[in-house]
Design a protein around this ligand. Structure first.
Ligand SMILES: [Zn+2]
Length: 134
């Protein structure tokens, strides 16, 4: 799937976000190659805002969705994010979360109405805590 298709998929996914507080609906796509299980494709995630609990960001939602569906994180080859106000890389908390599953060179495609930022997880959070000395 080419980058433009991933961005379109992320934008479509954002329609399902639950964002009554911010009204900022974010969509996320994990692109997954067929691994030893032979199943690849895309997995979606959206932000979920609730009262009295922390907001679930779209990136965390997508990883939870993939794990729940039985995908292996080493088969995930990229993350595409649609932020409806402007192109925006994942927040620091999401980068830290993602660093538990993906290496520093993991591609991030961050899209918004003003364009696309192509970066990597390591560029966004170069000193992610990994529970061990670097
Ligand atoms: Zn986040």
């Amino acid at each position: 799937m080419i980058q433009e298709s991933l961005i379109t998929a992320a934008k479509l996914a954002s329609i399902n976000a639950y964002a009554p507080k911010s009204n900022i609906q974010v969509g996320c796509i994990l692109k997954i190659e067929p691994g030893e299980q032979g199943k690849g494709g895309i997995i979606t995630g959206v932000n979920i805002e609730t009262h009295g609990t922390d907001t679930v960001h779209a990136e965390v939602c997508a990883v939870a969705h993939a794990l729940t569906r039985g995908y292996r994180m080493h088969d995930v080859v990229s993350l595409t994010l649609w932020f409806p106000k402007y192109a925006q890389p994942p927040c620091g908390a999401c980068c830290q979360f993602l660093s538990n599953f993906f290496k520093d060179d993991f591609p991030l495609i961050c899209a918004g109405p003003d364009g696309v930022i192509e970066t990597t997880l390591g560029e966004c959070l170069p000193y992610a805590y990994k529970g061990r000395k670097r």
